[in-house]
Each structure stands twice: as C-alpha cells, then as structure tokens.
Design a protein. Structure first.
Length: 247
C-alpha cells in the first residue's frame, strides 16, 4: 500500500505543471495521514524536527553553523524511522549494496547526507523504471522535500528547487548521542564544500601504509566496499569529528 501511494504521487506530479498549490494538493491526497504530523520549520533553518519538540532539540536545529542556510536538516527521534526513509536512496548512491541485510541496515543507520542532485537522480531513475521501486518509507522523504521546496519538477524532471544543496538526517543511537551523529552528518557538508578539507584528508590517506588503509576500510564494513570515494569520505569525516570548531 505504501508503494502504491508513493508511485501514484510521483507519477501524477511528474505529469503536472510545476505549481506549488498543485504539489500540495497531490501530496495531501496521496500520502497517508500520519505524514501530516511532520512539523515544518522556518525557511531560515531549512528542514524539520520530527516528533516531540523540546528546547534542547530546537537549539540543535537552529544552531547557525557555516553551511546551515544551504542544508535541509531532518532531526529524527528514532533511528528506525530515519533508516526507513533512506534505504532505496542509499542503494542508488551505492553507499550500501544488496549484500547488506535489510535488517542490519535498519538497525545500524543513525544518519545520512546526500546532495539534492543525488536525490533527484534517484527519484528520476525510479520514476523512469531504471531503478527498483522504493521498499520502505522513502515516499515520506520525497513528500517533505517537495512540500518544503527543496526539490521541484521542471519539464517532467525532478530538479533542485533553489539554494539548498545538502539534505542530512540524524537520530540518537544506543552508543552515540544525537549531537555526535548530527555533527558527523554536518561534516559531510564540509567535505563537499571545503576543498582544503578534502585535499588535506587525501594527503593523510595517501600517507598511510597499505596495512593502515586496509585496517581503516575494515572498520567501514557497512559501506559498499567497491565505492572507494565514499570510503575515503567516511574515513575523513570520522578522522575530523573532533577538529571542527564552528559546528
């Protein structure tokens, strides 16, 4: 039933002129009522606080770090709710592959970060039947991004709608706090935006011995082992989690 709602919404929107009121009408018509519980936030702090809003959660959400105005943040209360919105996208981006059991994925994801163009590529490939149908709650992610004008449709193609270039999500874990997970995902924005950060990490990686690189990769076992760029990025972000001061 969830896939039915997802594809009815996507296919109808893809064939509809791009007007905000039409997108909203279709979303309200084809998305189950529970999605209406999601809480939108002001445009100055793009994204949504999902679940109970507390002063502490609000403070985390509005903190003005360097790339906050171009980053759409989703702050989840539970990691399972987060993981269910991203499985198909993670497969499309080749961050994980089908060799990783779904249950292990759902029980191990505490955050994610994607560029808006990556997300549009995933949606376009899915609608064009170039990629398998979404299996879980990815329709909710699509709906939020459309309703909040992060992505839109031009000439039947999903495209970024404006200045937002990053979409990230974080949730608290058993062994890692929400703040730690949020910081990790924000560092992925630095990776994309800060060439100096990338070049420094590449130099540090190149300076490692073969044994040290193999050990580093072995600690990133949840990620697709063939995606070398992703492995380097994840290693660099983990190495830098304590070094940034403006987050």
């Amino acid at each position: 039933m969830k896939n039915f709602f997802f594809f009815c919404f996507v296919l109808l929107v893809a064939a509809t002129p791009v007007r905000g009121e039409i997108l909203e009408e279709l979303w309200n018509k084809y998305v189950p009522p529970e999605a209406t519980m999601l809480k939108p936030k002001p445009a100055a702090t793009p994204g949504r606080l999902l679940g109970t809003v507390t002063p502490e959660r609000e403070k985390d959400f509005i903190r003005p770090w360097r790339y906050r105005d171009i980053t759409y943040e989703l702050h989840f209360e539970t990691p399972l709710a987060l993981a269910r919105t991203v499985y198909s996208l993670a497969l499309h981006a080749q961050d994980v592959d089908k060799s990783l059991p779904l249950e292990k994925f759902l029980n191990g994801v505490l955050g994610y970060h994607y560029g808006t163009r990556q997300i549009c590529d995933w949606i376009n490939d899915t609608v064009a039947n170039k990629f398998p149908a979404a299996e879980l709650d990815e329709y909710a992610l699509l709906g939020m991004l459309l309703k909040d004008a992060v992505i839109t449709i031009r000439n039947g193609i999903f495209v970024p709608a404006g200045k937002i270039t990053h979409v990230l999500a974080a949730a608290p874990g058993k062994n890692r706090t929400f703040a730690v997970n949020l910081r990790h995902e924000r560092l992925h924005c630095y990776w994309d935006e800060d060439r100096e950060f990338r070049d420094k990490a590449q130099a540090q990686w190149n300076a490692l011995s073969e044994a040290e690189r193999a050990d580093a990769v072995s600690k990133l076992g949840r990620y697709a082992q063939g995606n070398k760029n992703q492995l380097l990025e994840e290693w660099a972000v983990h190495q830098s989690e304590l070094s940034k001061t403006d987050m």
